[in-house]
Design a protein around this ligand. Structure first.
Ligand code: CMP
Length: 447
């Protein structure tokens, strides 16, 4: 028998259908219990559809594979056993259409038990949190926005339940039956109850709607106590969520403010301040202020390799020497690359310096210049590299390198370079050949 994959397309779509049915019936069932309206008109087909969806869900769950410590179970007997011991009871009870089964009894009048049996439909709500969090994990929506959405959703649901309970304890009415409206006016009854909930939960408490019996009075006290706690909790949560909607941005802003204050305090010259600001602007625009190097550095090596190969894939594609290279070679290099950024007309190094690193250009461009920067020997762009001669021949830098614009470079240290040369003779041959050509060209230029 064909089994359903728990993360597959079908299961995702089916989960969506079940979530919609759960939410709709969780809103409708409390109303049906408290306002006690008869199941007729369009409510009949609606109740059939929800019942069918919930029953079908039981079947779908029997056919859905489950994870056991990361491994998928494919034995239908094991799946059924686990489901029967797990959510089956909740799923099955919530699917039983008590109203449809006992419609005759209800009409006879003794429908108190039936009214309460409907609560079983609400059991589904216990699964909702798990469903929603599974959905959240798979989506690309900002987690802070998602949490805000859940918070609002649960506040609305809670308010709805409390409003219904208020009506229930008032024996079917939101306020005293002797007042100005007919008790059968369900909509008005509900809206007034919701109004009572809002004023009580937000601790505003106008007091224009007051309890009419002991049950409602005790309930009011409980909700008042809950309201005080919930109000603080919600306000605190929302402030926190708003601050977290863009953690990167707020952290970056904080860092910028610190730097600005520092520069002012130390009376850094205005032109230098401008350059610092431009540099940080570029960092924000090019990488949202994230320092990939320090983030990735905490990862264990296999994960770090995987994510670095992914992050640097465009650079690897651009650099011709990486194109035909073995995966081993690429991995060795990528694991040891360190991203650095240079501002326009900044020198990466100068002629005569001792060389500790070579560089790959991932974005932007540099000029190979004489020591004073006046003569330009060559311009190197994305995908090219420089600084290999000093490392290969253990000699001082043969030229100066100046960034033309904001330039993203990847730095490879001498130790890794030497190690890679030893392990990959083709790479060494290629490097030596290029170094020779470049030196010759420079000699020619000088003459
Ligand atoms: P290195 O001597 O370590 O530092 C300066 C670098 O400039 C050098 O390594 C080469 O990578 C690079 N370079 C020198 N001459 C040329 C050239 N003619 N064309 C391109 N790059 C060069």
């Amino acid at each position: 028998m064909a089994l359903i994959h728990p993360d597959g397309k079908f299961r995702q779509r089916w989960d969506f259908v079940v979530i919609v049915a759960t939410v709709v019936s969780s809103v409708e069932i409390p109303l049906r219990i408290t306002l006690n309206y008869p199941l007729k008109g369009w409510l009949v087909p609606y109740d059939y559809v929800v019942t069918l969806i919930f029953l079908a869900d039981v079947v779908v769950n029997f056919l859905t594979q489950q994870y056991d410590k990361k491994k998928l179970i494919s034995d239908p007997k094991v799946i059924a056993g686990r489901y029967l011991r797990g959510w089956f009871v909740v799923d099955f009870l919530s699917a039983v259409p008590f109203d449809l089964l006992f419609s005759g009894v209800a009409a006879a009048g003794s429908n108190r038990i039936l009214r309460l049996l409907r609560i079983t439909r609400l059991l589904r709500l216990t699964r909702l949190a798990a469903f929603l969090s599974k959905w959240g994990r798979g989506s690309s929506i900002n987690p802070a926005i998602l949490r805000m959405f859940y918070l609002v959703f649960w506040i609305l649901m809670t308010s709805h339940f409390v409003a219904c309970l208020w009506i229930y304890f008032g024996s079917g009415n939101a306020v005293n039956t002797n007042t100005d409206y007919a008790p059968t006016d369900n909509l008005r009854n509900y809206v007034r109850a919701l109004y009572w909930v809002t004023t009580t939960l937000t601790t505003i408490g106008y007091g224009d709607i007051t309890p009419v019996n002991n049950r409602q009075t005790v309930f009011t006290m409980i909700i008042q106590l809950m309201g005080a706690g919930m109000y603080g909790f919600v306000i605190g949560n929302i402030a926190n969520l708003i601050a977290n909607i863009d953690i990167a941005k707020s952290q970056f802003r904080e860092r910028m403010e610190k730097i600005e204050t520092f520069m002012r305090y130390k009376a850094v010259p205005p032109e230098t301040q401008d350059r610092v600001r431009e540099y940080y602007n570029y960092l924000w625009e090019s990488r949202r202020g994230y320092d990939e190097f320090s983030i990735v550095n905490d990862f264990p090596t296999p994960l770090r390799t995987e994510i670095l190969l992914f992050l640097n894939r465009s650079m690897i594609e651009k650099v011709p020497i990486f194109k035909g290279a073995t995966p081993d070679f690429v991995r060795e290099i990528v694991l040891n690359l360190k991203p650095v950024v240079f501002s326009p007309s900044e020198f990466v190094f100068r002629k005569g310096d001792i060389g500790y690193n070579m560089y790959f250009i991932s974005r932007g461009g540099v000029e190979v210049t004489s020591e004073d920067g006046k003569t330009i020997y060559a311009t190197l762009r994305e995908g090219n590299f420089f600084g290999e001669i000093a490392l290969l021949l253990s000699m001082p830098r043969t030229a100066s390198i100046r960034a033309i614009e904001f330039t993203d470079l990847y730095e490879l240290d001498k130790d890794t370079f030497d190690r890679v040369l030893g392990r990959f003779p083709d790479f060494e041959k290629h490097m030596r050949e290029l170094a020779r050509q470049r030196q010759e060209e420079m000699q020619k230029d000088k003459k």
